[in-house]
Design a protein around this ligand. Structure first.
Ligand SMILES: Cc1cc2nc3c(=O)[nH]c(=O)nc-3n(C[C@H](O)[C@H](O)[C@H](O)COP(=O)(O)O)c2cc1C
Length: 428
C-alpha cells in the first residue's frame, strides 16, 4: 500500500480470524493488578474485539470484589514466618487458587455479551513460591471456568501447554503467547511440540509497551515493526500459519493500520485504556496519567521480577520504604526469596539503626501494584491528554472504553479523537 492509502484506511477494513472466529482486529491487553477490569474486558468483547482480564494476584482481587478473606487468612496463617528471613514453606494452597480463579472467571464470563472474546493474561513470572504447581492450578481453573482464551506472558512458558494438556478445553480454548522476538517464539514452539498443538495466536510486544518489557535495558535499540517482520519471516520459513498480533506504542487507528498492512492479523493496545472509565486505576491516578509529560515516563529495574518495567517517575512505589509483605502476598517468591526481600534484608543488615530504609533499587511489586502505587504505563502516556478535554472542575474527562475502541477502529490520517466539552458532558 502507498502512504496515501495507508492514511485513508481504517482498522475497520481488516478482520482478525482466530481459528474460524472473525473478530475486529483490536485486542485490549491484560493489565494487572485489576487495571484491565471485568468491565473493560466485557466492553471489548461486546464491541467485537478481544478483551483481557488479568490473573495477577487474583485471590486478593476476588477478596475485594466478593468480600472473601484469602489474603487476611494467608497473612494470619504464616504470621510465624514474618520478618526478613527466607520464606520456605510459605506456599499457596492450590485448591484455594483454583477456587478463587474459577469464581472470578465464572463471574466475568457469565456477564459476557457480543461477538468478541474475553481472554485472561497469565504471567509466568508470578512464581508464587512453587512456580509449576501454582501455574498449573491457575491455567486449568481459568479453562474450567469457561474463559475464551489465555495469553501466556512474562516468561518463556516452556511447560504451560503441557500443564493444560489433560484439560478437556485444551484444544478448543484459544491459547497464545506474548513474545518480543522470533527466538523466544522458536523456543516456545520447540518445547511445546510434544503437545501436538500450535498456539492460536502470537502477540508480538515491542519496546514501547506498558508493564514489564521483554528486553534488557537496551530496549530502545529495538522496534516493533522490525520484530513483527522477523516473526512473520520466521513463521513463513517454518511453514506455520499463526496470526500475529502486534502491540506496544500503537496510539492511533493509523498506527494499527500500518502494522496490519505489514502482515499483522491484529493489534494489542493498553495505554489508551488506562484512563478509560472502565479502567481499574483510581480516578486521581488517571489524572496523573493525563498530566504526564514525555520525561515523566521512565524505564527502570525496580521490579523484583528482574525485567525492566516502564512507569511514571512520580510513582510512590519508587524508593518506597514499604516492609516486605510476603505473608499476605508473596506472589513473586521463588525458593523462599524475592529480589525486594533480599534488597530490604541487605539494607537493614548494612545499617540496623534505620527503622524504615528507603529501597531505591527494588520495590515490593505485590504491595505496590495491589494498591495502585506503581503507575506502569506505555511510552505514549504523555499523549493521552490529546484524546480528552478538561471539565469545568479542571479535571480531565475519562472517556468510556467504547469511545476509545471506536476511535481505534475508525480513525484515519494519523488522527485521534479530540472530544469537545459538549461531547464529554453528554457522556458523563
Ligand atoms: C498499566 C499497564 C499494565 C500492564 N500490565 C500487564 C500485565 O499484567 N501483563 C502483561 O502481559 N502485559 C501487561 N501490560 C502490557 C499490555 O498488555 C500491552 O501489551 C501493551 O501495553 C500495549 O502497548 P500500549 O500500552 O503502548 O498500547 C500492561 C500495560 C499497561 C499500560
Amino acid at each position: 500500500m502507498n502512504i496515501v492509502s495507508t492514511l485513508s484506511a481504517t482498522m475497520e477494513d481488516f478482520r482478525l480470524n482466530l481459528g474460524g472466529t472473525e473478530l475486529k482486529p483490536l485486542v485490549i491487553g491484560g493489565m494487572g493488578v485489576n487495571i484491565s477490569t471485568k468491565a473493560l474486558a466485557l466492553e471489548a468483547a461486546r464491541l467485537g474485539g478481544i478483551g483481557h482480564v488479568s490473573d495477577a494476584m487474583l485471590p486478593d482481587v476476588t477478596d475485594r470484589l466478593f468480600s472473601t478473606h484469602f489474603t487476611a487468612l494467608k497473612a494470619k496463617f504464616f504470621r510465624h514466618l514474618a520478618g526478613l528471613g527466607f520464606k520456605l514453606g510459605m506456599n499457596f494452597d492450590t485448591i484455594d487458587i483454583a477456587r478463587h480463579t474459577r469464581r472470578y472467571v465464572e463471574d466475568v464470563m457469565s456477564a459476557k455479551t457480543g461477538p468478541g472474546l474475553v481472554f485472561i493474561n497469565v504471567m509466568e513470572k508470578l512464581t508464587m513460591n512453587d512456580p509449576l504447581k501454582t501455574l498449573k492450578a491457575r491455567l486449568n481453573a481459568a479453562l474450567d471456568a469457561g474463559i475464551d482464551g489465555i495469553s501466556l506472558s512474562a516468561g518463556l512458558h516452556t511447560s504451560s501447554f503441557a500443564m493444560m494438556e489433560e484439560n478437556p478445553r485444551f484444544r478448543d480454548a484459544k491459547l497464545g503467547i506474548v513474545v518480543s522476538s522470533a527466538r523466544a517464539l522458536n523456543i516456545f514452539l520447540r518445547r511445546t511440540a510434544k503437545t501436538n498443538r500450535l498456539p492460536d495466536f502470537v502477540v508480538v510486544e515491542g519496546p514501547l509497551a506498558g508493564g514489564h518489557l521483554g528486553f534488557g535495558m537496551n530496549w530502545s535499540e529495538f522496534s516493533l515493526p522490525s520484530i513483527v517482520d522477523e516473526v512473520l519471516a520466521f513463521l513463513k520459513s517454518a511453514n506455520l500459519s499463526i496470526p500475529v498480533i502486534a502491540g506496544g506504542g500503537v496510539f492511533s487507528g493509523t498506527d494499527g493500520v500500518r502494522l496490519l498492512e505489514r502482515g499483522a492479523a491484529g493489534v494489542q493496545v493498553a495505554t489508551r485504556f488506562t484512563v478509560s472509565k472502565e479502567s481499574g486505576l483510581p480516578d486521581p491516578v488517571k489524572q496523573v496519567y493525563f498530566n504526564a509529560e514525555a520525561e515523566d515516563v521512565v524505564v527502570n529495574g525496580i521490579s523484583p521480577t528482574g525485567y525492566p518495567m516502564r512507569m511514571l517517575r512520580q510513582s510512590p512505589a519508587i524508593c518506597s520504604n514499604a516492609k516486605p509483605q510476603c505473608e499476605a502476598y508473596g506472589y513473586l517468591l521463588d525458593k523462599g526469596d524475592c529480589q525486594y526481600l533480599r534488597a530490604y534484608r541487605e539494607q537493614v543488615a548494612a545499617d540496623p539503626s534505620v527503622k524504615a530504609p528507603c529501597i531505591a533499587e527494588k520495590t515490593c511489586l505485590c504491595h505496590q501494584m495491589r494498591n495502585f502505587k506503581l503507575w506502569t504505563c506505555g511510552a505514549t502516556t504523555h499523549r493521552l491528554k490529546e484524546t480528552s478535554v478538561k471539565l469545568p472542575d479542571g479535571t480531565w474527562w475519562t472517556p468510556p472504553a467504547e469511545a476509545i475502541f471506536n476511535d481505534y477502529m475508525t480513525g484515519r490520517n494519523d488522527e485521534v479523537m479530540h472530544p469537545t466539552l459538549e461531547d464529554a458532558m453528554a457522556s458523563k
